[in-house]
Design a binder for this molecule. Structure first.
Ligand code: CP
Length: 324
C-alpha cells in the first residue's frame, strides 16, 4: 500500500481487517516497525477519535507522531494551480507539501469539503495535491468525499460482532447491514456514508440496504450495488446492523431538505430489526439522530466501534511502512 485514500488502495479487505484484529490482541507486535521514522498528522478541521486513535496507532508501531492543527496554527493554504494569491491564502500547497515530505516519512491529512462547490469537493484536490507534491505516502484522515479509516473500522467491527448476532435476519447467509439517514441541525458532508457504502460494496459479504428521505441520494459511484429505499421501516426489517448517519444533499449540493424527527432511530424502530447492533461514527447528536434509549442500550456498539479506530489505523500504517 502506497497511499490510503479509499478502498481502492486496499488489495484485500479481509486481510487488512485480520491484521487490525491481530493488533487488537497484541498492540506492540510490531513496536519497532516505525523506529526512527516520523508521521505528520495535519488537521484542517476538528477531530477527537481520528486524531487520537491515529496518534496511538503510530506510537504502537514505534513511529514518532507530530500533530499540526493547520486550521488554527498554520498558514492558509492555496490549492488552485496558477492562482494569483492576492486573497486570503498565504502559501501554495506546491511550496508547503515538499517541505512536509522532507520532515516526515508518512503524512496524514484531514480536509473536509466546503459543501459549497460539488465539483471542487468531489475532485479531491487537497488529497491529490499532497500526493502530487509531498513525495511520501499520504493517509486520509477524512477527505472531501471519503473517510476510509472510519470505514475499515466499521467493517472490522461488523466482522467482530458477527458471532454475537442472533441467526441472521436478512437471510441468504449474509448479515443485513442498513445505512439509515438521520436528522441533524447542520449540513454535514457525505464522506462517512459514501465511504461506508463503497467499503461494504467492495467487501461483498453483506446484504446492503441504504434508506434516506427523498432528495438525499448519494453519489452512485459509491452506492452502486446497494438496495436503496425511502421506506425506512421496510429497510430496518430484520436488519442485523444499523448504521445511523446524517448527510446533506448531494444532487442540490450541501443542503438540508428534511429534518423530520420521524427519521431518528428510536427503540420502537429497533423492534423492526433482528435485535440489530447499532453503529454511528460519532460525534452524535443525542435525541436528534439517535434516541438516548438506543444509544445507551445493549444494542449500541458505538464505543466498541470508535475504540477499534486504533487497530484500523495501526493496520494501515503498518502496511505502508512495510512497503516503504
Ligand atoms: N468519527 C470520527 O472521525 O471522529 P472525529 O471527527 O472525532 O475524528
Amino acid at each position: 500500500m502506497k497511499n490510503f485514500i479509499s478502498v481502492k488502495d486496499v488489495a484485500d479487505i479481509n486481510a487488512l481487517v485480520a491484521k487490525a484484529i491481530a493488533y487488537k490482541a497484541n498492540p506492540f507486535a510490531d513496536k519497532n516497525l516505525g523506529a526512527g521514522k516520523r508521521i505528520g498528522l495535519l488537521f484542517l478541521n476538528p477531530s477527537l477519535r481520528t486524531r487520537l486513535s491515529t496518534h496511538v496507532a503510530a506510537q504502537n508501531l514505534g513511529l514518532e507522531p507530530i500533530v499540526f492543527n493547520v486550521d488554527k496554527d498554520g498558514w492558509a493554504l492555496e490549492f488552485e494551480d496558477g492562482a494569483i494569491m492576492s486573497g486570503n491564502t498565504v502559501e501554495h500547497v506546491k511550496d508547503a507539501a515538499p517541505i512536509l515530505g522532507n520532515y516526515f516519512d508518512i503524512l496524514c491529512i484531514r480536509a473536509f469539503p466546503t459543501l459549497r462547490n460539488k465539483e471542487e469537493d468531489y475532485s479531491e484536490e487537497v488529497m491529490k495535491s499532497f500526493i502530487k507534491y509531498a513525495g511520501i505516502p499520504i493517509v486520509s484522515l477524512e477527505s472531501a468525499t471519503l473517510h476510509p479509516l472510519q470505514s475499515l473500522t466499521d467493517i472490522l467491527t461488523i466482522k467482530e460482532c458477527l458471532p454475537t448476532v442472533p441467526p441472521l435476519g436478512g437471510g441468504g447467509g449474509k448479515p443485513k447491514v442498513v445505512l439509515t439517514w438521520a436528522p441533524h441541525i447542520k449540513p454535514l458532508p457525505q464522506c462517512v456514508p459514501n465511504s461506508f457504502a463503497e467499503w461494504v460494496n467492495a467487501w461483498g459479504e453483506a446484504e446492503f440496504v441504504i434508506t434516506h428521505p427523498e432528495d438525499y441520494e448519494l453519489d452512485e459511484q459509491f452506492t452502486k450495488g446497494a438496495t436503496i429505499t425511502q421506506d425506512q421501516d421496510a429497510a430496518l426489517k430484520d436488519a442485523d446492523f444499523v448504521y445511523v448517519k446524517n448527510w446533506s444533499t448531494y444532487t442540490d449540493y450541501g443542503r438540508i431538505y428534511c429534518n423530520d424527527p420521524k427519521w431518528m432511530l428510536t427503540e420502537e424502530k429497533l423492534k423492526l430489526t433482528n435485535n440489530a447492533k447499532i453503529m454511528h461514527c460519532l460525534p452524535v447528536r443525542r435525541n436528534v439522530e439517535l434516541s438516548d434509549e438506543v444509544l445507551d442500550s445493549a444494542n449500541s456498539i458505538v464505543t466498541q466501534q470508535a475504540s477499534n479506530r486504533v487497530w484500523a489505523a495501526q493496520a494501515v500504517l503498518a502496511e505502508i511502512l512495510k512497503n516503504k
